[in-house]
Design a protein around this ligand. Structure first.
Ligand SMILES: [Zn+2]
Length: 92
């Protein structure tokens, strides 16, 4: 069962929200709309799951962020063509 990553309550609900995201190079921040989010009714936190954060961070490292508009939907962001830098950024 899924639990809140902050208070471990199971009273959570998945949704979508608009988030501000700083680019990995720190040059600027973009607005990501419809990002998968979790709302916890116990501690009232609204947040992105670790998995969603990783997806966004990975994608931002693999695409040309200079081409990104100031506002982009989560779906469009993940559909951006990736550059061939995978090995360079894969620290695992
Ligand atoms: Zn919580």
């Amino acid at each position: 069962m899924k639990k809140c990553e902050w208070c471990e309550s199971s009273k959570i609900q998945a949704g979508e929200e608009t988030v501000f995201w700083e680019l990995p190079d720190g040059s600027r921040a973009i607005t990501i709309t419809d990002a998968p989010s979790i709302h916890c009714f116990s501690c009232t936190m609204n947040y992105q799951s670790q998995q969603t954060i990783k997806e966004i961070e990975d994608q931002l490292l693999l695409i040309n962020t200079g081409l990104l508009p100031e506002t982009i939907s989560y779906k469009s962001l993940l559909e951006q063509p990736r550059l061939l830098k995978r090995n360079y950024f894969d620290f695992s």
